[in-house]
Design a protein around this ligand. Sequence first.
Ligand code: NAD
Length: 482
Amino acid sequence: MKKILNYINGELVEPASGQYLDNFDPSRGTVYSKIPQSEFQDVEMATKAAEKAFPEWSAKTAKERSKIMLKVADLIEENLEKLAHAESLDNGKPYKLAKAVDIPRARDNFAFFATAILHDEAPFYNMGTSGFNYTLRQPIGVVGCISPWNLPLYLFSWKIAPALASGNCVVAKPSEVTPMTAFLLSEICIEAGMPAGVLNIVHGLGPGAGQAIIDHPKIKAISFTGGTKTGEHIARIAGPKFKKLSLELGGKNPNIIFADCDFDKAVKTSVTSSFANQGQICLCGSRIFVERSIYDKFKTAFVERVKGLKVGPPEENDSRMGALVSKDHLEKVMGYIELAKEEGGSIIHGGNKVELEGEYSNGYFLEPTVIEGLKYDCRTNQEEIFGPVVTLTPFDTEEEVLMMANSTQYGLASTVWTENLNKAHRVAGLVESGIVWINCWLVRDLRTLFGGMKSSGVGREGGYEALHFFTEAKNICFQYDH
Ligand code: NAD
């Protein structure tokens, strides 16, 4: 059975405890590899290696760092199929999706930040004949990056790449639920000639290895993506230690469909934004609000299209949905379907486990599920489900839909569908979320900021926001001696 290893000080090593955790293939419900159960000792070794590597890595020119990171990007591209198969097996997502989205995006993350640092600028404030100020941005030192299971390599690299590009050394922990592509990335870093200790990848559980990272006094900044509860815990630990914190947390995103939308495009894109990656993307629109005059028409067209989504083995080319990531998660999502029924909702499509045959008979497959008839403020419509479950709710006015859209504790992403330019931008300005898509979904430009408001997070990633997060800014003032 394949054994994943930690990547510390440039080498692949066993965990100090010698203990391993089971790694499941969610499409078959079987254990297929072993994950190091790292603890404080492993994080301590990784942090020491990172501290040792920091002076040399941070002293490299942007061009030198860029060259090594571009080599990593090239190797990710060369290994596209291998990485996509690994991601699909580890996470349960369709291979086709991993090959088209997850792995190319991980490559782009490295390439983007590797080249962004070549075009950086710094503010200069001229005080005329008296002097001037300029801003110096310096790497922080050793930083921690902790990522979730839904887009494993994609989100892991989204943190690591700007941290390394800015001149920091990194202690990173991928999710214990999906560690495989992070392990393959460590092999790629060795091949790319990444200097020892610059990037360290420690595997293990949140309360073990994760906790050791957030507690460690030498780790000066934490970039975290995951659930709101974990984010709250991290903030409580890291806040009093004055660590820099970037928290990308949960969501409950509204998808607002006005009667004057491009109907076919809204239906088609809404099916994707509801069920891509089995609904396990933090940006999926899980609350669909439809203007009453087109509610029935939208519902019929939407459900008709959802019926065409094949739930099947992740490796099969025509599978549009694969398995949910774990048994626990499947049970959590199914619990919410039961709750929706108790709250008076009608399941108008799905709601059941999908029983596949043969080797996939123990996989964690669930039908795409559409629910209507729920109040906007019930638990099903307020709490994050993070699975293939959406609710449909009619609305009459712009004010009403904004009130319902903004009623949750979350504020990550929203989608607005209307052909009326004024309405589109008015609603986009009033909806409480860090990201708004008008007449589209998941269109990404890596230069733009990314992140949520309210309980969806603190700070922004993306573009220069991420590069700035991973630096300390310093104002330098100079006065002429007349
Ligand atoms: P999670 O919070 O359970 O785990 C995320 C990571 O934190 C894992 O690596 C885990 O091991 C680690 N962790 C857990 N406890 C820890 C602790 N005490 N100290 C340090 N690290 C700890 O989240 P998850 O279930 O892996 O991911 C799903 C969640 O992530 C959802 O809520 C989803 O909305 C969110 N998410 C948010 C974004 C975003 O950009 N805002 C993107 C993707 C996923």
